[in-house]
Design a protein around this ligand. Sequence first.
Ligand SMILES: NC(=O)c1ccc[n+]([C@@H]2O[C@H](COP(=O)([O-])OP(=O)(O)OC[C@H]3O[C@@H](n4cnc5c(N)ncnc54)[C@H](O)[C@@H]3O)[C@@H](O)[C@H]2O)c1
Length: 391
Amino acid sequence: MSLRSLNVGLIGGGGGAFIVHPHQRAIHFDGTRQVTAAALHPDPDIALVEAKEWPFPIQGYRSYDEMIESEVRKPAGQRIDYALIVTPNHVHYDPAMKCIEAGIPVFCEKPLTVTLDEAASLVAAVHEHKIPFGVAHTYLGHWSTRFARFIVQCGLIGDIRWVDSFYLQGWLANRTEDQGVIQAEWRVDPTSAGASCCGGDIGTHALMQLRYITGLEISRVSCRMETFVQDRALDDHFTTYCELSNGGRALVRASQIAIGHKNDLGIEINGTKGSLSWIQEEPEKVIVSLPEQPDRTYWRAAVTANDGFLGDIPSELLAESTLPSGHGEAFHDAFARLHRCFEQDVRAYLEGIPFHCDGNRYANVEDGYTGIKFIDAAVQSNNQDGAWIDM
Ligand SMILES: NC(=O)c1ccc[n+]([C@@H]2O[C@H](COP(=O)([O-])OP(=O)(O)OC[C@H]3O[C@@H](n4cnc5c(N)ncnc54)[C@H](O)[C@@H]3O)[C@@H](O)[C@H]2O)c1
């Protein structure tokens, strides 16, 4: 017998919103999850109108408070099985905490919160309520990110000496916030974005790629947060020089004034035996360079175990690839892989059996907390003229 679809409730997503749509497609990707309810907008009347006009039938609510209260009263199987939070950063903490307390698993956008205290409270609440909680660090969902992690963490490029992890965009190079672009308006406002625009928005993705692929943590940071566009309250260019937990060094850097760059997220890792590079705008491949050998380009779904460099490849990793090579997986597939993995944990939670929200398949609440701690340390460092700050 096939499983019933899990029901997902959206928090945010109306009024021309962006990231709800890739998420929603990813939720529906496998036929095992569906969006059934939503609180789409802070204005209760608009929220209801937008829900009525949604491209398929959903139960609209006037607010996320109303959605949480009504949904938990429904019988199991009819209520939402998890909530997806796709609101601006300052509206992550409150709905996330209310869902956790109501027993509703949460998949939340990054950065997790706008303050470190809020992030710490969410970690504590997730532990207390023993509930699945995912953070939408999209790019962990690329098969090639997982494969890069396998290569690095097997020791195939040796001990890590240096990492350059970057996310470069150009869309805030001018006063985009004055041009009616809602996504720009709230990102440059400290009350809705938090203490950092560029670092919090995309520097946290570069940080997460580094931590996930290398398995290393950041021990100390020295940061410069620049604001190149006049009269902007937050950074639009963010550079951290980092000390890694193995003694190596790294740059975690981001820019939103880098004209010409779209979503130029990438990482280069230099180890004692070789180097690895990955870029999200070409997410089907991982490049490995070894001394005095031709560079190796590994394409998703065209990888051979024991090829003279790779050893055995875990079957779970091979099984995660969804298409033959050359039929490209991309952004939506990455989101779908995260929701697919989160679904497994939600189903286990609903059945009362152990689940593994351990950060191996999607970012968890501790990863979200680490992102906020990183931003907090970066801001302290920047305020002290780039002084080293312990993480
Ligand atoms: N993972 C990624 O790759 C990625 C990409 C883009 C954005 N994001 C994150 O996703 C979040 C949303 O970003 P976006 O660009 O989609 O923003 P957006 O401005 O396009 O959408 C925000 C949505 O939240 C709604 N909203 C605001 N307050 C609300 C409330 N109180 N109740 C209900 N709805 C409310 C708005 O009406 C809108 O629908 C941010 O935290 C951002 O950092 C992540």
